[in-house]
Design a protein around this ligand. Sequence first.
Ligand SMILES: NC(=O)C1=CN([C@@H]2O[C@H](COP(=O)(O)OP(=O)(O)OC[C@H]3O[C@@H](n4cnc5c(N)ncnc54)[C@H](OP(=O)(O)O)[C@@H]3O)[C@@H](O)[C@H]2O)C=CC1
Ligand SMILES: O=C1O[C@H](COP(=O)(O)O)[C@@H](O)[C@H](O)[C@H]1O
Length: 493
Amino acid sequence: MSKEKIALFTIFGGTGDLAQRKLYPSLFKLYQKGYLQDHFAVIGTARRPWTDEHYHQVVADALASLHADADQVTAFASHFYYQSHDVTDVQHYITLKRLSEKLDAQYELQGNRIFYLAMAPNFFGTIARHLKSEHILTENGFNRVIIEKPFGHDFESAKTLNDELAETFDENQIYRIDHYLGKEMIQNIAAIRFGNNIWESLWNNRYISNVQITLSEKLGVEERAVYYDNSGALRDMVQNHIMQILSLLTMDQPVEFTEDDINIEKVKALRSLRPYQPEEVAKNFVRGQYAPTETVKGYRQEDKISPASNTDTFVAGKVMIDNYRWSGVPFYIRTGKRLADKFTRIDIVFKRPVINIFNHELPDNQAADNGLAPNVLTINVEPTEGFELRMNAKNVGQGFATTPVQLNFDHDATAAANSPEAYERLLHDILNGDATNFTHWQEVAYSWKFIDVIQQYWDDHQPSFPNYKPGTMGPQAAADLLAQDGHRWVYQG
Ligand SMILES: NC(=O)C1=CN([C@@H]2O[C@H](COP(=O)(O)OP(=O)(O)OC[C@H]3O[C@@H](n4cnc5c(N)ncnc54)[C@H](OP(=O)(O)O)[C@@H]3O)[C@@H](O)[C@H]2O)C=CC1
Ligand SMILES: O=C1O[C@H](COP(=O)(O)O)[C@@H](O)[C@H](O)[C@H]1O
């Protein structure tokens, strides 16, 4: 059976950064792998008056780093059409409809339409409304809409956006992108949990002491300063990526590994988040902003950032899940810009053996720190993709002292190189109509409700910024957050 998928993509924001850096290369890889062949076309639309020829060149330039065969690039780019279009102008949708129908006939696309909204979120509702009112949606094929982040600014704005989308699209036609859900090792969480009895049987508050999720970035805000300054790390990374990772780590076993069953379990997990009262926020969440050094600009010195900005570029927090499986287990999360390194990892810290029988000389061999290091399962999401397990073993030679040793597994280099980049994987899922690795509305809603309390408390209380040096793992308060519970970050930087 042919693996070819048939669709017309319309990319709103076709001249933008996301389209050029992520979408065109991902579509090209799907083309190289045969998922896209003859029966696909792409309409790129934005306001600037480009020609098709210029657009083909832009697409080819976007693929330059892939060092692909020139004829293949030309053949791929020939499927791209540019339509100058202001999304607020109804007239333009009439031209868009005509072009869509022409391409549908020319490439035999069977009415299958994918609308990628790669634009500022304030346009999402308008575009969706016009797609319906101007009859650009088809009756004979599928219609799917891809929504970029951020999905709202808080619960209320997310709900408004969702209601607007719901006037045109059913929930099963809406694909809310969270590119972390397209990462190999994030998808692997379910495999290691539900494919290994040793982990699933220990995956609860009887055996796990705490869980640590770290999404660390070495760069600053780069080109997205205007967006970022209105967002901050809490909204930019915690509300979506970290909450999604948390739900995959904590959900119960789905009845079947299907989109609907997984969604049911993720929603249950997010419903169980313990909401903080405003007065509890300062004790459980830490915010930070990077300071200048001699060689690196501080956040407030970055282009397009106000010198008085109080936007958080770092967050660490303690999240509790009030259900039977997780009651009492803290989930520590942290993320930030200009930290020590670029990496994503999840550390599952197990409880220590209750007694250290190997060392009777300890003052208290049943104490919390009895000299036996806790077992730690680390899921390395990037840049290395793999697992590490820390266990205690006997020191070589005489005596019976123990020492922690490390078991490591990384994907081999070929597998990692062939691993589809997150956007490629997610576009492939959309072509297949599979929304398992996308965020469903109720997940968004529960995440925002949890985040809103923290953000509101922060908005009401001035921070003392800047408070951390670039190249570190954030402010001291992030270490104190764990120390107050008798824990420490596994990764110290
Ligand atoms: N870039 C990234 O790495 C990431 C981006 N995102 C999200 O993706 C979306 C797009 O981001 P990004 O590509 O960076 O943004 P850009 O600012 O680079 O692109 C915005 C696009 O919108 C077009 N546009 C603006 N106004 C109109 C209008 N009235 N009518 C038609 N087109 C218009 C612009 O083209 P023109 O000026 O020609 O009209 C441009 O193509 C945002 O929601 C962002 O949050 C999410 C994660 C990562
Ligand atoms: O969504 C976002 O993610 C990136 C980090 O993504 P990664 O895949 O490189 O880890 C972040 O830089 C950006 O601010 C945020 O919007």
